[in-house]
Design a protein around this ligand. Structure first.
Ligand code: BGC
Length: 236
């Protein structure tokens, strides 16, 4: 059944900020990308309240898409390592948000959503986000593959990817050493996954200071905003 979907409210929940904008189905921005600090503690109730504030002056929208920084299945949150982790298990966030804003909502992992927004749709493409955590997504010919929480896979004897190249690690070791670490991570991803293209987003990707292979592209959060529309395009 096709439905009349004209505008989508796209929300990206991050460890430091929650960002939102309204887009029409052609990808034109109808409400500028706006952000508010992620509430502390970032419990479901507080995050819902911040989203309410963020969108209160936005134009009308028909559907909602959310990129969430944790493991999500069918709109239900299982983990939220960079928010208030204990408070999210089995939270039916798609349902809660849909009830709060009175519009149908879809919630997927944040890196998956960014990946959907930036990929070319040809071959095996990987999205990596360098922000509070280390987000990853894989897409084959534009279709999202099952989500892997690579962020929590160990990369050294004592550190996961999150702990090795996440925001906290960057602040502790400084950008020079962090860059060496990111370079090492890219070398591993290249050997293990043999992606056709790798996209690197998230706030810290602009701090990368070494030359990248030709099939690696740095993207901005704005480049990725289209993911919010793609989630609903099939229904439209
Ligand atoms: C989470 C991922 C998320 C990433 C980026 C990690 O800590 O486990 O689910 O995609 O951070 O936000």
């Amino acid at each position: 059944m096709t439905e009349n979907i004209n505008r989508v409210l796209a929300i990206d929940i991050g460890g430091s900020h929650i960002k939102a904008s309204v887009l029409n189905m052609n990808g034109t921005i109808e409400a500028d990308y706006t952000k508010l600090p992620t509430p502390q503690p970032a419990t479901p109730a507080n995050v819902l309240q911040t989203i309410g504030e963020l969108v209160k002056d936005f134009p009308d929208y028909d559907r909602i898409s959310v990129g969430f920084p944790g493991y999500v299945n069918n709109g239900v949150i299982y983990t939220a390592p960079n928010l208030a982790p204990g408070a999210w298990q089995k939270t039916e966030f798609a349902r809660l948000l849909s009830e709060k804003l009175s519009k149908p909502a879809k919630v997927i992992n944040d890196a998956d959503m960014q990946g959907l927004g930036v990929v070319s749709g040809v071959g095996l493409e990987m999205m990596v986000t360098l922000g509070t955590g280390f987000g990853t997504a894989f897409l084959k010919d534009g279709i999202l593959l099952p989500h892997l929480e690579l962020a929590h896979h160990p990369i050294t004897k004592s550190k996961t990817y999150d702990q090795y190249v996440g925001e906290k690690a960057m602040l502790i070791v400084g950008t020079e050493k962090w860059n060496l670490r990111v370079k090492k991570v890219i070398d591993i991803l290249k050997t293990v996954f043999n992606y056709d293209r790798l996209y690197m987003g998230g706030g810290n990707s602009k701090k990368i200071n070494f030359p990248l292979d030709e099939n690696i592209k740095i993207v901005t959060n704005k480049d990725a905003i289209d993911g919010g529309i793609k989630l609903w395009r099939q229904d439209a």
